[in-house]
Design a protein around this ligand. Structure first.
Ligand code: AMP
Length: 582
């Protein structure tokens, strides 16, 4: 058995899991955490850190770090980290490589295969980019599966006797997916999926950050350029308060000084749950449309839905929970940790691929979440109008699927035709997403329009292939070329993998210390000046002990530093999400 890694490559956090002893199990990283922040940082010596230390570095040196790059998957956008330039695919590959190393440290051998999850609403370019990121990390990507489907697999794995319709509402850091499905006799059938690729918990934090900046007479975009350290630190404060609103009716955002420093003189802005709800009004409006669409596509009434399952860290917001409860008139199910359920489902999918006996009674079917088609011209009287869209595969068709449509040339003696492939629901192609084009050449000249066939094949990974051919000759004309994330030749791929492998990670057994160092370097500017000297001495001692290689000295200096931090009112926790000032 190969043992395939199940990976949830998230906008804000990533996780990996393995199917072990008949169960999906989450893997802990070098910080003994299951959540690895999807953040990459380049240290001054050029080494790369991923996860918690990169998150820490982001607060003081945002120009050295990349975060939320999942939002740019499938685009040509580049991110500058110090003096290095990366694509979103490359940064994602570094996160994947770090997860792979964690899993390898856990099992004690090399792991080469993976199942990676993507938002159901990820388009073809974004899926191909994700697969490419896996390959750059040295992983053979056995399957790309939709995040809500993975979540449903986890629920299905634990509740195999169930017979019901359910809806999964998945609000992660950057994406929103809604999936209606049915479970019966161990079969999980996805009926419909809808969503938005640019809506997630990070947008709620942005709203909050922008509102605080407005009170200072600043716009988020300009402040980000002019005072990046201040905005980075303020964002972290807003994230903290956003989370506090889970258990408290109000919280206080400390506003950093222009240089990003936070200390006792900082202004404080109070934020209540009601104010947060008001600021999030427009985002909440966008939540409703995909839910309505998924239910409509599934021809499903609200009362047919037995369970509402919440997935993704942002569904913890009371705002979302209250909305869901009112909308469905029932309490949502949150039995499993919303951060973990997708990675666990990826491991269940791995077990399905591996024919593991523990899942031999489970079957899963998925759908294509959006309509796929081609651009056509229409004739109105004697006028030919271009730019119309004809679907070939309709949204929510069960996959894998292969469909063929016949089209014909427009003009007599036309020997070449360009077929443009689109994804979307609008009548006009300008409102849909162009995935690529292919050119049919060598059409025999003819006075009459020549028919040709277009075959769309959408596989279980959600990746599209298009072929066109003339029925008269049967000769296949071309295959699809996507606009972005073009498939690389074997040679190009080898070169890209090689280039990425040359990037050196900060040694895994030391990342925890690196993280602590980055943390103390940040808070040293926040302590009362009376205690600064003391803290600096403890930091120096810790750094010297790290260099000495003497384990005993090192441990005692580390304990001393941690004790001092806590005496000064700073709680250091390896999980970046809970680092804070008392
Ligand atoms: P995910 O990509 O599923 O890990 O979700 C991450 C998103 O969940 C981020 O935008 C977080 O801000 C958000 N999140 C996590 N925990 C909470 C919480 N307690 N309250 C509000 N948002 C949260």
């Amino acid at each position: 058995m190969t043992q395939i890694l199940g990976i949830d490559l998230g906008t804000t956090n990533s996780l990996c899991a393995l199917f072990e002893s008949g169960q999906p199990q989450l893997i802990r990283n070098a910080h003994n955490q299951v959540l690895t922040p999807s953040v990459v940082g380049v240290l001054p010596d050029g080494q790369v850190v991923v996860g918690a230390p990169a998150n820490e570095l982001r607060i003081t040196q945002p120009d050295r770090c990349g975060a939320c790059f999942k939002r740019y998957m499938g685009t040509d956008r580049k991110l500058q980290l110090a003096d290095k330039t990366f694509s979103a695919v490359e940064l994602s590959s570094l996160v994947l490589r770090s997860l792979k190393q964690d899993a390898e440290a856990h099992v004690g051998r090399t792991l080469s295969d993976a199942v990676i999850t993507v938002p159901a609403y990820f388009n073809d370019n974004q899926r191909k980019a994700t697969k490419m990121a896996g390959e750059l990390a040295g992983l053979h990507v056995r399957r790309i599966i939709n995040e809500p489907t993975a979540a449903a697999l986890t629920y299905g794995f634990h509740d195999r006797e169930a017979e019901k319709k359910l809806i999964v509402i998945d609000l992660g850091g950057g994406t929103f997916d809604v999936t209606v499905m049915e479970i019966f006799e161990g079969t999980l059938e996805i009926i419909s999926t809808a969503g938005e690729s640019f809506l997630g918990g990070e947008d709620f934090t942005d709203r909050l950050t922008a509102a605080v900046l407005r009170q200072l007479g600043l716009q988020l975009e300009t402040a980000e350029l002019k005072q990046p350290l201040r905005v980075a630190r303020l964002r972290q404060e807003c994230e903290r308060v956003k989370r506090e609103l889970l258990t408290q009716a109000a919280g206080k955002v400390r506003v950093p000084h222009e240089n990003g420093e936070l200390n006792d003189n900082c202004q404080r802005v109070k934020l209540t749950r009601e104010q947060f709800a008001k600021l999030s009004g427009k985002l909440m409006q966008r939540i409703t449309a995909p839910i309505d669409k998924a239910l409509r596509d599934a021809s499903c009434d609200l009362d047919e839905i037995e369970d509402v399952i919440l997935v993704g860290g942002a569904t913890r917001m009371p705002l979302i929970r209250e909305f869901v409860e009112t909308y469905f008139r029932k309490k949502p199910i949150c039995d499993l940790n919303p951060d973990e359920v997708v990675a666990l489902g990826a491991a269940v999918q791995s077990a399905l691929i591996d024919d593991d006996r523990a899942v031999d009674d489970m079957v899963m079917t998925d759908v294509c979440p959006f309509t796929l088609g081609v651009e056509v011209a229409k004739q109105f009287g004697n006028q030919i109008m271009e730019g119309y869209y004809t679907p070939v595969i309709h949204r929510n068709t069960t996959i894998p699927v292969s469909r063929e449509e016949q089209f014909s040339t427009l003009r007599s003696n036309q020997t070449e035709i360009e077929i443009r492939i689109y994804q979307g629901e609008s009548r006009k192609v300008k409102d849909n997403l162009c995935l690529g084009e292919l050119t049919v050449t060598g059409i025999p000249p003819s006075a009459e329009p020549t028919p040709f066939l277009c075959r769309f094949t959408y596989d279980i990974n959600g990746i599209l292939e298009v072929e066109a051919y003339l029925p008269s000759t049967g000769q296949k004309v071309s295959t699809v070329l996507t606009q972005h994330a073009r498939s690389l030749s074997d040679h190009e791929l080898e070169e890209a993998v090689e280039r990425m492998q040359q990037i050196k990670f900060y040694p895994r057994d030391q990342v925890e210390n690196q993280n602590l160092l980055l943390f103390v370097e940040r808070v040293v500017g926040e302590v009362n000046p009376m205690h600064r000297q003391q803290l600096e001495e403890a930091i120096d001692g810790f750094e010297a002990a790290m260099a000495s290689g003497d384990r005993e000295v090192f441990q005692s200096m580390r304990d001393h530093l941690l004790l001092m931090l806590s005496q000064l009112g700073f709680v250091y926790n390896e999980d970046q999400d809970v680092i804070d000032h008392d």
